[in-house]
Design a protein around this ligand. Structure first.
Ligand code: FE2
Ligand code: FE2
Length: 222
């Protein structure tokens, strides 16, 4: 399907899927590199673990937004869509997210970095294996059909609800909001920014939270 640029339902799902897909790819590649060559310094190591924490939180919040807001809204409108299968898949990915959390904690203990990175790479690879077919099924069976079912005004209202619900769960915001913004290329970022509170974009991310997220910089887009 074409990639709409307006803030409609399909565009909103595509953006969040793109963010998570990039987050997974960058995490896997960086962990593989770190296993072979180590980290450049303490800052880049801390940044990777913050980046993976943000990825996990954003992924979990996206799934809960689908389970609790998007799928209930569309269940009657798209009776053939495999919502139960998708929800079950979300549950399976929660188990993998727990493995990722444990592996990051292992890495941060200091003396278990090697085994921690090995476990982290295995868990991220497992997540990636589920993620790719999962978003493909969502695209084919749900997202590609959703736009046509809902008037434009209603779509804008729904997208706002998705964003508000997602943000409530995706914490800490000082990591997740920069993660969301800077895993998107500038054009998509500008559209996505308009869906977030102005204070976050103008003051919190660039000033107040800057020190807390800037270790993730090497893994984010300019
Ligand atoms: Fe999903
Ligand atoms: Fe999704």
């Amino acid at each position: 399907m074409s990639r709409p640029t307006e803030s409609n339902i399909a565009a909103s799902f595509l953006k969040i899927h793109d963010i998570i897909t990039r987050g997974l790819t960058v995490s896997i590649e960086t962990v593989q590199r770190a296993r072979q060559h180590g980290f450049q310094d303490k800052h880049s190591r801390e940044g990777l673990f913050n980046y993976i924490r943000a990825l996990s939180s954003v992924l979990h919040s996206h799934h809960l937004t689908e389970d609790e807001v998007a799928f209930p809204y569309f269940r009657d409108r798209l009776p053939e869509a495999p919502f139960d299968t998708l929800i079950e898949w979300h549950r399976e990915m929660v188990v993998i997210l727990d493995e990722i959390k444990l592996a990051v904690e292992e890495c941060e203990k200091g003396d278990q970095l090697e085994s921690g990175l090995r476990d982290l790479e295995a868990a991220l690879a497992k997540l990636d294996e589920s993620w790719q077919p999962h978003i493909q099924m969502e695209m084919d069976e749900f997202i590609a059909k959703a736009d046509a079912l809902v008037p434009v005004e209603e779509q804008l209202r729904l997208v706002r609800r998705f964003t508000e619900h997602g943000l409530e769960i995706a914490v800490p915001h000082y990591l997740t909001v920069p993660f969301l913004l800077y895993n998107l290329p500038p054009e998509d970022r500008a559209v996505f920014s308009r869906e977030l509170p102005a204070e976050m974009i103008q003051r919190l991310v660039p000033v107040v939270w800057k020190e807390r997220w800037e270790s993730m910089r090497p893994y984010l887009l300019a």
